[in-house]
Design a protein around this ligand. Sequence first.
Ligand code: NAI
Ligand code: MG
Length: 515
Amino acid sequence: MPSTAAQSRSAPDALANDLSRIHPANAAFLKAPKRLLIDGAWVEATSGKTFEVRDPSSDEVVAHVAAGDAADVDRAVAAARRAFEDSEWSRMKPTDRERLLHRLADLIEAHADELAELEAIDNGKSVLMARHVDIKHALEVWRYMAGWPTKLEGQTLPISGTLVPGQQYVAFSQREAVGVVGAIIAWNFPLLLATWKSAPALAAGCTVVLKPAEETPLTALRLGELIQEAGFPRGVFNIVTGMGPTAGAALAKHPDVDKITFTGSTEVGRLIVQAAAGNMKKVTVELGGKSPVLVLEDADLDAAIPGVAGAIFFNHGQVCSAGSRLYVAERHFERVLEGVTAQARGIKLGPGLDSSAQMGPLVSSVQRERVMRYVAQGLESGARAAAGGKALGSRGYYVEPTVFHGVKDDMSIVREEIFGPVVVVKPFTDLNEVARTANDSIYGLGASIWTRDVHKVFTLAPKLKAGSVWVNCHSILDATMPFGGYKQSGWGRELGKEAVYSYTESKSLCINYAG
Ligand code: NAI
Ligand code: MG
């Protein structure tokens, strides 16, 4: 429900979304009350409180959402526990679990255009990007994970049983669901992150309590509706929308949650790890990054220049693996700097629903302030902005694509995660030196190497302390390919077999069959 204050301020603005022509299903969804999903029912928060969700292109309130807190987390965890221990779900055959996951994927596919539009309104990103990246990849992940229930095999173990002579043993290991999973996610890829956590958890047979980011809860709520429609038993998938320090913290420390999985800042990741220690929850945390991009002497510059610009400017730089430190072989430095600067200047900013816009606003005014603080620090410390450096628009949260050069290794713009469309560019002369510089970070999420020399790929890639190393591409993700961080970028991996295994326990069964 738009607030009257927001309506009275609305005037034509090329940088603001026109919400009068959105998909009728989304218009109806935005108007309807947004509650918590607990035990198969949509319910108000115990406190009765709600919070506002804004359109980042206009700062207008587009929805009010239930503000769940610890009491609601208790209810949701109890429902998830019941569903895990004693329900249709716990007795469901793997083939039936697969079918249910595919039915959900079919529904996501059928509603893909609406979901993309909702994501664009909620997050600020381009509706085309949402459709062809967020929703498309989410769909691939649901389909991929739907294949796992029938493939979670154990092993037969050739044990010797030497400790007790005269007995005969057979032993094997089994994979079992870890239990109730708490999932706390960020706002940069809302439906996608909900998927990265929920799809492998459900495939493994776990039940889930999802806490979406307070900035972007809308597609998670639509996902909840589609999960209901697909016919998942009640309590298997629950959603508690709300704030991090209340709902999120309650989930992270809850004694009846078996695993917590988190995507967000390293700062909050540390709090999650501490809270999980109480009952020794299993933990996966996917945190910040400051990913290096290395353009070597022999790189194909015509491909590398748009490629490295995309590495930082994709999703407005609000990507944990964004290529935010660009190191260029000295002889190409000027050309690459000019090329990336031209790319930055050429990007058309506009609201997500304008399909001609290439970059939207940042997700929130808080995020815009955070990014602009870094830009100011960069300028104060003597870095030069070849492009950008300013916020844009009167109401929306736009920041110009910004390219810094003349940077020193100790500047905050070089060391800290900015999480906006800001890149630092620096020359290098030697491969060993650039490997050291690339690794000189508390983070280790991603890195990319741009070269045509296979020898350099295999010498450099093993030296880079990063969970993903891309060659002649950046931030390429796939349902099959594990993704996660070294160092303070996190624990564990999303996607692929490693993700689904992380929602299981291994149980060894040892049988003495001596007569
Ligand atoms: P955040 O880490 O505060 O929020 C992520 C999630 O954690 C949200 O759902 C939030 O409600 C929840 N949360 C916050 N405090 C919590 C607490 N005490 N206990 C449990 N859950 C809590 O991230 P924020 O504030 O949105 O962004 C800050 C910075 O974090 C960004 O500028 C960026 O550098 C980084 N970030 C990294 C992301 C990544 O993909 N690795 C995603 C989002 C942010
Ligand atoms: Mg925060």
